[in-house]
Ligand binder design. Structure first.
Ligand SMILES: NC(=O)c1ccc[n+]([C@@H]2O[C@H](COP(=O)([O-])OP(=O)(O)OC[C@H]3O[C@@H](n4cnc5c(N)ncnc54)[C@H](OP(=O)(O)O)[C@@H]3O)[C@@H](O)[C@H]2O)c1
Length: 241
């Protein structure tokens, strides 16, 4: 993947900023979503940011003066179509786990809620949709997690966004408050491996958030409507400050 030089990126940011566009974020309360929100606000690349979620977040002014919040019921999402209107860009960092929601609950959130949101976003005028998927997403996988991620990736392709960016990070490195023992052990091991091979098995959530923002200000690649960023691509893009 061609990565811009910092000075090129600065110009791209400035011209993107001048367009005064609006974006929404699904999953802004999550580990990646909060880093994404912080980076969007740091770079000031959108005039308005709407957080769409199932609960209202406690955000301190004045840092969040450009942030609006829409609380929706994902089980009755059509009733909340207005929340999705008027955003040029939509980011989705939403997801649950099988251990938290059960297999059916995981499919409901990570596939159905995400796809339905993408459809409402498109109907509401969204041109660029950015999906946080996962390394190894594959609709034909025998693993539920990878299969569902692969399914949602490909179903969103049919929604027909002008541009659709799929991020496939490996294990996320962050200081997660929520107890996920297996993930905690994996993170500790991979955190050590990351000293030697930083791009192989893991990625800090702050890098994913920054890569999403850097990607959005860049023009789409080779007129391709769909772009897939694998873990190494995300590292490369997210490491430019
Ligand atoms: N963990 C990893 O190592 C890893 C690796 C690669 C990809 N991923 C994927 O990356 C994405 C983001 O992961 P993350 O760890 O940053 O997220 P996270 O911290 O688990 O946060 C998940 C977000 O989704 C929302 N959410 C969860 N269940 C919901 C429900 N039933 N209804 C509405 N919203 C719901 C949460 O809202 P609340 O705050 O209201 O709960 C939160 O905003 C996920 O799709 C995940 O599968 C994860």
């Amino acid at each position: 993947m061609a990565v811009p030089k910092p000075e090129e990126l600065k110009k791209l940011r400035e011209s993107f900023q001048a367009k005064k566009q609006a974006c929404f974020i699904l999953g802004a309360s999550g580990e990646t979503g909060k880093e994404l929100l912080a980076e969007i606000l740091r770079q000031k690349i959108f005039s308005t940011v709407t957080l769409i979620g199932r609960r209202k977040l406690d955000l301190e002014e004045p840092l969040y003066s450009s942030v609006k919040q829409e609380v929706v019921d994902f089980e009755k999402l059509d009733e909340f179509a207005a929340a999705f209107q008027g955003h040029e860009v939509g980011f989705c960092c939403m997801g649950t786990t099988r251990s938290k929601a059960g297999a059916a609950g995981f499919v409901r959130v990570d596939r159905d809620y995400v796809l339905h949101s993408a459809e409402l976003a498109k109907a509401g005028g969204c041109r660029h949709f950015v999906l946080q998927s996962t390394k190894g997403a594959d609709a034909s996988s025998s693993f539920l997690y990878l299969r569902v991620k692969g399914e949602v990736e490909s179903r969103i392709k049919t929604v027909g966004f002008d541009r659709y960016s799929i991020f496939r990070p490996a294990v996320l490195l962050c200081d997660r408050q929520e107890s996920r023992p297996a993930e905690w052990v994996t993170r500790k091991v991979l955190g050590a491996v990351a000293y030697v091979c930083p791009t192989l098995y893991s990625i800090p959530t702050v890098t994913v958030g920054r890569a999403m923002v850097n990607n959005v200000v860049m023009p789409g690649r080779d007129n391709q409507k769909v772009e897939i960023l694998e873990n190494a691509d995300i590292h490369a893009l997210g490491n430019i400050k």
